[in-house]
Design a binder for this molecule. Sequence first.
Ligand SMILES: [Zn+2]
Ligand SMILES: [Zn+2]
Length: 270
Amino acid sequence: MKYRYISDSHCHSQFSFDGNDSIHMLCDSAVHMGLHALTITDHCECSLYEQTNARETICRSVMETRKAAVQFEDRLHVLKGIELGQATQNPSAAQEILELCDFDFVLGSLHNVRGQPDFYFIDYSQTDVHALLNAYFDELCELIEQGLFDSLAHLTYPLRYIVGDHNIEISYEVYQERIDSILRALIQKDKALEVNTSGLRQKIGEPLPCGMVVKRFHELGGKYVTVGSDAHRWADVGSGVEAGLETIRRAGFDSFAIYVDHKPKLFPLE
Ligand SMILES: [Zn+2]
Ligand SMILES: [Zn+2]
């Protein structure tokens, strides 16, 4: 199926520690792909806020995004976003950065559990994976309760490494209740769930979270789903978003959301 409003609500520029390309290049790439909208969401890791000069970097990202929005005005909707990591671990930093810039869209992320390294760096042969996942889900609940975001990014982020890179099997059934309670909390707070398509180009081979979780979000009464490639270079902009939209449609939704000034705008999946 071909969609009319293919958009990407998650990508990183050179203003992210792990990004490479200018915002202009990312937008150019989006235009070439025929995207409707692109939201720039550079990293602000609240847990490293002071050490990484995040304040200045994010302000520059927003300034460049604003410039690109003017330059690409008649070809692409360019929106100002941020991927706010670990807001639970430094709430005052999170508040500060959100007040400093007028974002259209905030992705809420958790790349590490409090006191632990990023899931990317963990030695899983020396780790109680079940306990770690439970700690992750506990902190996600806290993140939602805190509520400083519009859409919850890559809900199953740890599985990118645990399942994808380390081939440790995780049974969805074991965590179904935990995931349900997270989805219910999102719905209660009127927040969106992100379908992150980076998994489609990584070893895990499925979006984060997978279609089953998106379907459950719909069954429980979820209204807003965003889709993002999580591109860290121009060549990945828009990657997998059509498949992501298909996952959302198959889950029972007839629209997906793009955020402008923190408000969800719904686009039909047609
Ligand atoms: Zn992330
Ligand atoms: Zn990201």
